[in-house]
Design a protein around this ligand. Structure first.
Ligand code: PLP
Length: 359
């Protein structure tokens, strides 16, 4: 198998792919694949509920939160959030820490009034800007943050506490990578295709009292209440994706849950950051040290020519997905939950050897 460092869709645990293969033609003695089951059948209902239950258990989601399995990606949430919870006379407050938060803001601007509380745009998003609670307007409907910036490789290390307004977080690229206190948040959303499964499923975890804000006049499919009231079965859900999500969550349970994943993730990130830090400036991390992401490690080499060489040789050696995003350049290694430590070790060794060879 490839040494897959794609940013998303990304590597899935091999165990998940093997399990899915076993049931591909005949799920649970039905003589049908999961994809062929009616979404109104008891068999599918069990798959659906198991996925939700596993997510609840793994993330310790309290009963006063709904877990929704939606479609449209995290990008649709950029729109649904302000549509549902940015009520009249209120302002959506955003912390800008990268392109995805900028995109979230852009969509909110189309729906209502917005404000920017903090931004690291001027430094090309090399750090997580500090949120000063005193700058939150009294009429803020919510504060929106992006917990991990996939493109720039920065991540919130601690989350704001004790805000007087709901906290909303785009956790697309670090959900399930470390323990979080759900109660610090009022709405969390994530596209599945990095840490949770294949693309096509979007997880939304929303505090029940926030659901009261959604107006009945909203388009049915864009109203959180539609999905909350129907257990995310209002219309046909992405059944295969939800089955795979459930398998990924089972895998996560089997290896000891979020604490274990966090430990391994720290180990993996350290392998690469150590190479960067010990390279005498040959590899330069994009992120400032105290904002470093454990999911996306971004770095550049001394020249574009060397970056190109590095990427070409890496490709030949079997590494996939190491090209940096165009807004940062250089390289990016996405090391989500399913990327084995061994693969990261191989990349760290490759980086060291490449530097040696250039000397
Ligand atoms: N937010 C973050 C942090 C992301 O990394 C991405 C995708 O890479 C998105 C949002 C957009 O997600 P989607 O493609 O599911 O709309």
């Amino acid at each position: 198998r490839a040494l897959n460092f794609n940013a998303g869709p990304a590597a899935l645990p091999e165990w998940v792919l093997e399990e899915a293969k076993k049931t591909w033609m005949d799920f649970n003695h039905t003589g049908m694949s999961v994809m062929e089951l009616s979404h109104r059948s008891k068999t599918y209902d069990d798959v659906h509920n198991e996925a939700i239950m596993r997510l609840r258990n793994l993330l310790s989601i309290p009963d006063n939160y709904e877990v929704l399995l939606l479609q449209g990606g995290a990008s649709l949430q950029f729109t649904m959030i302000p549509m549902n919870i940015l009520t009249k006379g209120k302002v959506g407050a955003y912390v800008l820490s990268g392109s995805w938060s900028q995109k979230a803001l852009k969509e909110a601007e189309k729906i209502g009034e917005t404000t920017v509380l903090a931004s690291s745009k001027d430094s090309n998003y090399t750090f997580i800007p500090e949120l000063d609670k005193n700058t939150i307007p009294e009429n803020a409907a919510y504060v929106h943050i992006t917990s991990n910036n996939t493109i720039y490789g920065t991540e919130w290390q601690d989350f704001p506490e004790g805000l007087s307004v709901p906290l909303v977080a785009d956790m697309s690229s670090d959900i399930l990578s470390r323990p979080i206190n759900i109660e610090q948040f009022d709405l969390i959303y994530a596209g599945a295709q990095k840490n949770l499964g294949p693309s096509g499923v979007t997880v939304v975890i929303i505090k029940k009292d926030l659901l009261e804000r959604s107006s009945d006049s909203l388009p049915t499919m864009l109203n959180y209440n539609t999905h909350a009231k129907s257990n995310s079965l209002f219309n046909t859900p992405p059944t295969l994706g939800i089955y795979l999500l459930s398998l990924v969550l089972k895998w996560a349970e089997n290896i000891g849950g979020v604490e274990s994943l966090a430990k391994v993730n720290s180990e993996k990130a350290k392998l690469l950051y150590d190479v960067i830090d010990e390279s005498d400036g040959f590899y330069k991390g994009h992120a400032e040290k105290d904002s470093r992401s454990k999911m996306n490690v971004t770095f550049t080499l001394p020249t574009d020519e060397l970056s190109k060489d590095f990427l070409n040789q890496a490709k030949e050696a079997g590494f996939v997905g190491l090209n940096g995003h165009r807004s940062v350049g250089g390289c990016r290694a996405s090391i989500y939950n399913a990327v084995p430590v061994e693969n990261v070790r191989q990349l760290a060794d490759f980086m060291k050897k490449f530097q040696e060879q250039v000397k």
